[in-house]
Design a protein around this ligand. Structure first.
Ligand SMILES: [Zn+2]
Length: 114
């Protein structure tokens, strides 16, 4: 089973670790973000050298942060596109003429401005 080869004897997921290394005894690892030991988390994902690790709860929090960041970036890009389109339209002499004519239309029952 290919995925189970990434878990060491302590149940820690290790990316790109040779199978030989996973049979060696491992020190208890801690989540680099919340500092909980691997025994107190559901899943700990560790760097191959064990220097950093992240637990499943911290991955969920990070995923929420990244999701919000991406959504905010998408909204900002849409607003920038809309502003650019407005500026482009506003610079068009034909559009300006149309706007001028619209603004100077007489209202029902009123005289047109001079
Ligand atoms: Zn954590």
């Amino acid at each position: 089973m290919p995925t189970s080869r990434a878990f060491d004897a302590g149940g820690v997921f290790r990316a790109c670790v040779p199978a030989r290394a996973m049979t060696e005894p491992q020190a208890v690892l801690f989540c680099t973000f919340c500092a909980r030991p691997q025994t107190d988390v559901g899943l700990l994902i560790a760097a191959p050298d064990g220097s950093t690790a992240i637990c499943d709860d911290c991955v969920d929090i990070a995923a929420d942060i990244v999701g919000s960041w991406k959504e905010n970036r998408r909204i900002a890009a849409a607003e920038a596109r809309e502003a650019a389109e407005w500026c482009e339209r506003e610079a068009d002499p034909e559009w300006q003429k149309g706007l001028h004519n619209f603004m100077n239309q007489p209202l029902d029952g009123h005289e047109a401005p001079d």
